[in-house]
Write a protein that binds this ligand. Sequence first.
Ligand SMILES: [Ca+2]
Ligand SMILES: [Ca+2]
Length: 227
Amino acid sequence: MKRHWENANLTYFIKLSCLVFLAFNFTSVCQSAFAQETTTQEDLIAPKILAPSLTLTTHTSVPNLMADVIVMDDHDSETELRILSSDLVEGMELDETDQGIKYVTYQAVDAAGNETIFIRPIYVYGYQEQADGEDISSIDITPPEVTCYPVYLKVGSQSVAEFEDKKASASATDNNIEDLTPNLQLESSAKAKLDLDKPGNYLVTWEVEDRAGNKGLANQWVIVMPQ
Ligand SMILES: [Ca+2]
Ligand SMILES: [Ca+2]
């Protein structure tokens, strides 16, 4: 009787082991299928931050600096936007000492971790300028817009200097100068890490300034593929 119970238990144990093994294999198959899908549909494009030109006048208070900012992303709606640093704080009373161009730095990160930095110039119009009827319409408070897409290169196909010169899948426009693409430069620390002779995914940052010194920047994935 006891032996019979032991045999039944052994059979049960073998059956259970088979089920666990099958379940494990099924999970592995699912995981690899999912990995395959996430690889082919990998999000390599950073969000875009859009903000209208903004002029404030002294003797008023700073409005909510997130209210008129829009973030767009190619993949998802879970993009996070925040202010990284700012010369102006919401609710702050502007006086004559605040007059001139102030900067707010925004950061947007999509669900895949792609990051965009946007430096927004805001002009604070002074009391004296208003009294004198000074025309501030020529003050450039629109930063250049840099657009980048992932670029795929074969290992050893070019040097970093050639890559920087070609600016493949990177472009820049501005309100004052139509095409700023020739002025695009690689940010130095990312450039130092870029090795086009070694396969891998490298993130570089392209930077450019307009005539007023407003800065535009964008990240680009450089995928170096084996031969
Ligand atoms: Ca994205
Ligand atoms: Ca500009």
